[in-house]
Design a protein around this ligand. Structure first.
Ligand code: 5AD
Ligand code: SF4
Length: 482
């Protein structure tokens, strides 16, 4: 290859490699006399799901055909490492893939995402899973085509994991799961260092995209038929903040950058966008201005995901969450006063090191007091590098299991009671799909993120329609269009 012809600038460079891969794929197609397929499997959060849409966009552009089967010619796992069981799941899948690959010599196995940012994982792959072909991390998913081409040329394991997220490449092809709703990254990374969490180590330092870039993307999405956007970031409330870094010390620097509430107002102004959601909000950074914007802007969905993690101030301090049980409850009161019918959801960790029965009862108490519409509950998982992994008093497994099941019972009870509050109301529902079990029904979501099934056909998919919520079935509704 003549290096002089390779573009240096992105995204041109990646389009150049997509073209090379296209040629190479055409040859393979001719040789096999069939289409060449891919399958992307995504673990973890909304961010990963959104990244997978970018991976699929590149593979489509190259000419691969998507199938939902791990027997595909090109298999990618976009991994998660937030809890240990996410890692174990991947190794389980890899064992299975090894057998499939033995039967298909053209198969390429590619691993990317958060788990690949951990050096011990790369070591394990190199020694125990030698049949893997391409590995990259969270900071260079835009390079998929270049890495595929490198593997094609060198015919050996290609590993490219970067420690830092110093560049973002936008304007590459993406393949959206839904034509009418889409995630939009507004920031990357996290600077909070909650003591249990591996995210700041694998996703790097917090970096906000410019408002111009974001609005330009939202306008483009609206033009292509998107009605609902979900603004994505590990902590959207710190959007626009600037930081100074001095070794391990991170301090916020004054700036007149656009803040998150201001960004929300700008996004709401985009014609065609009818619903705006966002995720995730750290309680410590949730401002009065945000509450005001949520109350005033009809396009912003009346749903707030506000992870509490624990109801015990003692545990919250050890978690480095920087709020107390009382200040969280005050915040909830303030939010409910401004937006009375808002749906609140949360994340809760059970069994953080040193958690006593009394601490746990504080968590049960906060669930009762806040009355969450939905709560995602997790068993604490020890993650390497995090401060909590080195803490004494790791809680006994049997005690954690008992607490977890008591908590689950409570959150299920509370959230089904909360869901009932919409009984008989007429709500705007964005129809997402034809119901999988009964194709005379369609399924959609209310503003508050409640799932509703009602009689209707495929033409309704992507439309916002008025639906009466007739029958509450625990966490979802059966309704009728009016
Ligand atoms: N163990 C258990 N749960 C965790 N989470 C993050 N790190 C851990 C961990 N080490 C949970 C938090 C977070 C959600 C995305 O995952 O509740 O909000
Ligand atoms: Fe992890 Fe805390 Fe950052 Fe969320 S805010 S990603 S829990 S460190």
């Amino acid at each position: 290859m003549d290096n002089n012809t390779i573009p240096v600038m992105e995204p041109d460079r990646q389009y150049y490699y997509m073209n090379l891969c296209k040629q190479q794929l055409l040859d393979l197609r001719t040789k096999l006399n069939r289409s060449v397929t891919y399958c992307v499997t995504t673990f973890g959060c909304q961010m990963n799901a959104h990244d997978s849409e970018k991976l699929k966009g590149i593979l489509d552009e190259i000419g691969y055909e998507e199938i939902e089967d791990e027997k595909a010619d090109f298999v990618i796992y976009n991994t998660c490492t937030i809890r240990e069981n996410a890692n174990l799941k991947l190794y389980g899948h890899l064992g299975h893939l090894k057998k499939i690959k033995q039967k298909n010599p053209h198969m390429i196995i590619c691993l990317c995402g958060c788990m690949m940012q951990e050096p011990h994982v790369i070591e394990t792959i190199k020694t125990k899973y030698k049949f893997v072909d391409i590995v990259f991390g969270t900071h260079n998913i835009y390079k998929l085509a270049e890495l595929i081409y490198k593997h094609y040329e060198e015919d050996e394991l290609v590993v490219e994991v970067l420690e830092k997220n110093d560049r973002y490449v936008e304007n590459l092809p993406t393949k959206r799961k839904y034509s009418f709703k889409c995630g939009v990254n507004i920031m990357y990374g996290c600077n909070n260092f909650c003591s249990y969490c591996i995210v700041p180590y694998v996703r790097g330092r917090e970096k906000s995209r410019t408002p111009e870039e974001i609005i330009c993307e939202v306008k483009r999405l609206a033009k292509s038929g998107v009605k609902e956007v979900m603004l994505l970031g590990q902590n959207v409330n710190s959007y626009g903040k600037q930081y100074a870094y001095d070794n391990d010390k991170i301090s916020e620097v004054e700036s007149d950058n656009v803040s998150f509430p201001e960004l929300l107002r700008l996004v709401c102004k985009v014609d065609g966008i009818q619903r705006v959601r966002f995720m995730t909000s750290h309680p410590k950074d949730l401002s009065d201005e945000l509450i005001k914007v949520m109350a005033e802007e009809p396009k912003i969905c009346k749903h707030l995901h506000l992870p509490v993690q624990s109801g015990s101030t003692e545990i919250l301090t050890k978690m480095n969450r920087r709020y107390t049980k009382e200040s969280y409850l005050e915040l909830v009161t303030k939010i409910r006063k401004a937006i009375p019918d808002i749906a609140l959801t949360t994340d809760i960790i059970v069994g953080f090191p040193g958690e006593t029965e009394e601490n746990f009862l504080d968590t049960m108490d906060i669930v009762e007091k806040v009355r969450y519409d939905q709560a995602f509950t997790f068993i604490y998982s020890k993650r390497s590098k995090t401060p909590a992994a080195a803490m004494d008093n790791q809680v006994d497994e049997a005690i954690i299991k008992d607490r977890f099941s008591r908590l689950l019972q409570l959150v299920n009870k509370v959230s089904s009671e909360q869901t009932k509050r919409f009984d008989g109301l007429v709500k705007d529902v964005l129809v997402e799909e034809i119901n999988h079990q009964d194709n005379s029904l369609v399924t959609g979501k209310t503003d508050e993120n409640v799932t509703v099934h009602f009689k209707g056909s495929g033409e309704l998919v992507g439309e916002i329609v008025k639906v009466k919520l007739n029958e509450c079935r625990g966490f979802y509704y059966l309704g009728e269009r009016i």
